[in-house]
Design a binder for this molecule. Structure first.
Ligand code: 13P
Length: 342
């Protein structure tokens, strides 16, 4: 019974044409985003901005779920409706980031392990009471000539699996997010190699810790050349290496792979997802769980001014619509201009 609910929630999150909005920026991350547009980050401005996103008319045509931060899941829309209730009333599944961030890994210079397992069962129960039906835990891995170490890959995989098992016990779908960071000068082949090893460790640990794979979603990086590399791979090559990696390492029982955008421009994130889906059908739904790539134009259009709320909502709606098109491989760069005339 509990398993049925997990499977149904996971499937709903990757329903045709829909993807996830990651709006779970921690206080320090949202401050960075607000600094870039000259807006002070306060409880009030953070609430107003999330309200803009969550009340965007029609966004639910393209958005299946929203990942919230601890502060946000406790906040309300301007009319007093709690955010999780508002989202659920539109058929959008509320989710919650539950990790406590990536911290330095002992005896491993330059590497991190994600913390947050202590007390997690109790926190998950509380979040479920507040309306959350899925969760997120993010581990990060840097690429250099030597890193990531096998130690870092397996330590993070172990924590991801412990988190996933606890979520499933509470009736919450775990999104497992192993993010290989794309900073650096590495080649796309190197990103393929590292992402493969990270996924191999992750699925081994999930299996060992008795996680029901059909009640999970994977949130990975795409396989890309390093952002500072010369001769960076184009969309076709990105699709080819990404699919090669996932076909080898992700069980077909996983209902969906929801990519993070990870610092790609919003247009690249859409074009890459489109190229990946244009080569379908695939064994899993291939969708998005974007933070920056869904929000960047909205943040800019809003700029913290109440009179710009509608402009911000139009920008967010447009980006969600283009990513929805990318789910079926029907996105075309000309569609970027539609907003100007809308
Ligand atoms: P980006 O799409 O901005 O990478 O954010 C997604 C996310 O949730 C990172 O944890």
């Amino acid at each position: 019974m509990a398993h049925d609910e997990l499977h149904e929630t996971a499937k709903a999150l990757v329903a045709d044409g829909k993807g996830i909005l990651a709006a779970d920026e921690s206080d320090s991350t949202i401050k960075k985003r607000f600094d870039a547009i000259g807006v002070e980050s306060t409880e009030k401005t953070r609430r107003a901005y999330r309200d803009l996103l969550f009340t965007t008319p029609g966004a639910e045509e393209y958005i299946s779920g929203v990942i919230l931060f601890d502060e946000t899941i406790r906040q309300s829309s301007a009319d007093g409706t709690p955010f999780p209730k508002l989202l659920a009333s539109k058929g959008v599944v509320p989710g919650i980031k539950v990790d406590k961030g990536a911290k330095p890994l002992a005896h491993a210079q330059g590497e991190t392990v994600t913390e947050g397992l202590d007390g997690l069962r109790t926190r998950l129960e509380e979040y479920r009471g507040l309306g959350a039906r899925f969760a997120k835990w993010r581990a990060t891995y840097s690429i250099t000539d030597e890193l990531p170490s096998q130690y870092c890959e397996w330590t993070n995989a172990h924590a991801l699996a412990r988190y996933a098992a606890l979520c499933q016990e509470t009736g919450i779908v775990p999104i497992v997010e192993p993010e290989v960071l794309m900073d650096g000068t590495h080649t796309i082949e190197r990103a393929y190699h590292v992402t493969s090893r990270v996924l191999y460790a992750l699925y081994t640990e999930l299996f060992e810790q008795r996680v029901d794979i059909a009640g999970t979603l994977l949130k990975p990086n795409m396989v890309l050349s390093g952002y500072e590399a010369s001769n960076r791979a184009g969309a076709d090559e990105v699709a080819e290496w990404t699919l090669k990696c996932f076909y080898k390492h992700v069980p077909a029982a996983v209902p969906g792979i929801v990519f993070l955008s990870g610092g790609q421009t919003d247009e690249d994130a859409t074009a890459h997802l489109n190229a990946i889906n244009a080569r379908g059908p695939h064994p899993w739904q291939l969708s998005f769980s974007y933070g920056r790539a869904l929000q960047a134009p909205a943040l800019k259009a809003w700029g913290g001014k109440p009179e710009n709320v509608e402009a911000g909502q139009r920008a967010y709606y447009h980006r969600a619509k283009l990513n929805s098109a990318a789910r079926t491989g029907t996105y075309a760069p000309e569609m970027e201009r539609e907003l100007v005339t809308a």
